[in-house]
Design a protein around this ligand. Sequence first.
Ligand code: NCD
Length: 314
Amino acid sequence: MIKHVLSPLDFSVQELEDLMDLANDIEKYPDKYAHACAGKQLATLFYEPSTRTRLSFESAMLSLGGNVLGFASADSSSAAKGESVSDTIRVISCYADICAMRHPKEGAPLVASMKSSIPVINAGDGGHQHPTQTMTDLLSIRSLKGSISNMTVGLCGDLKFGRTVHSLINALVRYPGINFVLISPPELRVPDYIIDDVLKPNNVPYTECTELEEAMPKLDILYMTRVQKERFFNEEEYLRMKDSYILDRAKMELAKKDMLVLHPLPRVNEISVEVDDDPRAAYFKQAQYGKYIRMALILTLLRLSGAVPMELPS
Ligand code: NCD
């Protein structure tokens, strides 16, 4: 049977540890893996714009010696002619060995996985989930902090529409000693289902606040996010919200000396460029980790040598 990746919870904590070990090994010894995917093809089916996610998947496959094909927008695919995701994936299954799909509709990769004969990786579905960004975030935290437990994690910005935030919360509640500070304007609060179905049942401590300055001194990790323009129905509302938070040098002064600043990128205005030189700013390094974890994931899902042992459906 095929293993798909639709949510970060499709991997156990141990499987994620193994995946991160493999990613760190790839980082150290890239040559060892340079031909691991020879003759294999990755399809990138992107119905929504992307730079990092699509290109890091492509770069990951090319660095494994494999090939890539795909499209970068719905307009340049048969979706523009009205083809369904189910039909597209059946066709792509004939051409490629594995695929990464980004779609504006929540659940589209799940629908694709039901008709697919190759592994489907959710590369972001609407405001829902973004599991490979979460794997990137976990690898960044583990590599730069040494562990993923016992931390106060501040999530700041658009917590309502930010799928990276939803996936990261889902993943982090499985680690001991995590507590969250959820920093957003009231209009962009984390959805109730995250509080009621994820935080409360797992007894994970959290506080909600609107002021970044107030949260700053407590945080071990600050995860900044942009306001998700494309999910707003109303342009005026977006313009009102877009500069709710701007992390600058003055705010960084309030933070712990070893706090880590993460951001899935793209950044708009929410982190001033003057913060980029701060040793605690880790967002570009994080993008680099995104490539290593995707290399590890492709190897694992294709069950190729160098892949980590994990429970795959038989
Ligand atoms: C994120 C996404 O697409 O959700 N970006 C990414 O994958 N690196 C975050 C965002 O677009 O704000």
